[in-house]
Structure formats: structure tokens, C-alpha cells
Design a protein. Structure first.
Ligand code: 3PG
Length: 306
């Protein structure tokens, strides 16, 4: 039977791991868990006899693939697959999949939580502001953005979105106002929330040309990837716009400087934790296990991304 490696440097919640095991046992698959590993060599060793691997943000690059002689499929339990070298995987006939939508509500809830936390001055006891009545602009209108729109609507925010790959009718149906230009995102938002993947085109794309357009008293929320931000421009925005705030679900490379200069206007999580809920882990983990079983048992390649 196929052997599945579950390699998560950042482990799934215990109940999610137990459910993944149950799923694989029911299909009579072998499995092994590698959690909390500290050296990449541990991952490579564990990959040596795996037919399939379930990962989170774990790196599957050429070296990992070279170490994985039996590997046929990688499933990223989550949305973004910028941690997998798709070209190298394709060259070795390894199928790569993600589990779209499965952890998105958790990310959306965290975005809202962080927005409220910052609107209330990090709960410092002083008078803050409310989200109700403010303009939220979503850059990208995928699963996380849609969950976020839904929650934000309940709070009373006015919601806009820009996504050149999504028909504007879909946004309109959701009560979201479509924007037609990237610039409008940054001009319009009291809160601008990023929902774009990290690709060659998007890396460092949130630059001064865009950040300079933001309102003085606005906030940028990044639950996407740190790579999409041009950090020099971010520092400049915080310097020039005295009420501008940056909220991030990942530690920026320039975190030391941000904390030294702008501690009251910046918040970032200690470790990427948007998808760190028992529910998201369970949804994404079970989906990943099922996709592997479907692939081996029925040749199902739904959600293949390479
Ligand atoms: C994703 O792309 O699904 C999220 O960024 C979650 O990543 P994680 O599984 O490493 O928490």
C-alpha cells in the first residue's frame, strides 16, 4: 500500500492529526508523521521511502524531490503552494495539489481579529475606532477574501474588491463593489487586505507607487505572503503617513526596524497562524488525505496545480 508522509514543521492540531490517521487507516495506507522538525535533512530523510507527502508551508524543492525517490504526489494542505518547486516536481512526474478553500475561514477570522485589535489601539485602554462604516478593499477575490467579505458585511463595513481573474458579477452578487484598477484599491480603502499569491509577478509588487496612494489614516492587512511587500516602501509609508498601520500574519524581514520605529502602528503574528485552528487543520488535513487516496485508488487529479 502507498506510504504517506505527513511532514509539518508547524504541526496540525492533535484532533486534526488523529482524523488524518483515521482516514488513511480506513484506506489501509501506511503513514508516518514528521512534526516539529528542526533540520531540513530530517524532512529529506523522511521523504526517502514516501509515495505521497502532505505538507503545509514545508519546502519541497529540487533537493527534497531528489531525496524522494518513490514520491508520486505532494499535497499542500492549504492554499498557497509557493513553497513547492512545481517545475522540478513536473520534471520528475510528481503531481502537486493544494486543498483550496479548506482553511480560508480561519484566515478571514484572523484578519478581522487583527483589524479590530489595531482599531482599538492594541487594547491599550484608550479610545479607538470601529470597523463599521469603514471601507474594506480586498486585493484578490478568492476564498479567504470571500469569507472576509461575509464577516465584514456583518460588521457593517463597505466592501470593495479588485481581481482581474474574477467576473465582477460574482462580486456584485456578494454585495461587494468591483474595482477596475489596482490603483483604486489603495486610493479607496480605509482597510486594504491582500489576498494574492506570491508569484514572480506579485513579489515586491506592493511598492511605493501603490502605497503612496493610501490614505493617511488607513491600514494594510497582509494575510497573504511577506514576499509581495516591498519593505522599503512599507517603511517609507509608515514614515510619511503618520497614522498608517501595517497588520501582518507573518513576521516581515524588517521586523526589528518596524518595532524600533513604529511599534504602535505595526502588528505581526509571531508565526504564520492564519490557518492555525483545529477546524482549518482538520478540513485541510482530511481533504489532503482524501485527495491522496483518490489519486492512488482512482487516478483522480482534481486540484492538481502543476
Ligand atoms: C495557506 O497558504 O494555506 C496558508 O498560508 C496557511 O499556511 P500554513 O499551513 O503554513 O499555516
Amino acid at each position: 500500500m502507498p506510504k504517506v508522509l505527513v511532514a509539518t514543521e508547524k504541526p496540525f492540531a492533535a484532533e486534526a492529526a488523529a482524523k488524518i490517521k483515521t482516514e488513511l487507516e480506513a484506506a489501509k495506507y501506511d503513514y508516518v508523521f514528521l512534526e516539529n522538525y528542526t533540520e531540513v535533512s530530517q524532512l529529506h530523510e523522511a521523504l526517502a521511502d514516501a509515495d505521497a507527502v502532505i505538507i503545509r508551508s514545508d519546502i519541497i524543492d529540487e533537493a527534497a524531490l531528489a531525496a524522494a525517490k518513490n514520491l508520486k504526489i505532494v499535497v499542500r494542505a492549504g492554499a498557497g503552494y509557493d513553497n513547492v518547486d512545481l517545475k522540478a516536481a513536473s520534471a520528475r512526474n510528481v503531481v502537486v495539489m493544494n486543498t483550496p478553500g479548506q482553511n480560508s475561514n480561519a484566515v478571514a477570522e484572523l484578519a478581522i481579529g487583527m483589524m479590530i485589535y489595531m482599531a482599538r489601539g492594541k487594547f491599550n485602554g484608550k479610545s479607538g475606532t470601529e470597523l463599521s462604516g469603514k471601507k474594506l478593499v480586498l486585493y484578490g477575490y478568492g476564498y479567504v477574501a470571500r469569507y472576509l467579505a461575509n464577516i465584514a458585511r456583518g460588521i457593517g463595513m463597505e466592501i470593495y474588491a479588485y481581481d482581474p481573474y474574477i467576473a465582477s458579477e460574482i462580486m456584485t452578487k456578494d454585495g461587494v463593489k468591483p474595482l477596475s484598477k489596482v490603483e483604486d484599491i489603495f486610493k479607496t480603502g480605509d482597510y486594504v487586505s491582500l489576498h494574492i499569491p506570491a508569484t514572480a509577478e506579485t513579489k515586491k509588487s506592493i511598492n511605493w507607487d501603490l502605497l503612496s496612494l493610501m490614505k493617511d489614516n488607513s491600514a494594510l492587512i497582509n494575510t497573504a505572503r511577506k514576499e509581495v511587500i516591498d519593505e522599503d516602501s512599507l517603511l517609507k509609508a509608515l514614515e510619511e503617513k503618520k497614522k498608517f498601520r501595517y497588520i501582518s500574519d507573518v513576521e516581515p524581514d524588517c521586523s526589528a526596524k518596524l518595532m524600533e520605529l513604529f511599534a504602535d502602528r505595526v502588528y505581526y503574528t509571531p508565526k504564520k497562524m492564519g490557518a492555525q485552528t483545529a477546524e482549518a487543520n482538520t478540513n485541510a488535513g482530511i481533504a489532503a488525505a482524501k485527495q491522496i487516496i483518490g489519486f492512488f485508488d482512482r487516478g483522480d487529479k482534481t486540484y492538481k496545480v502543476n
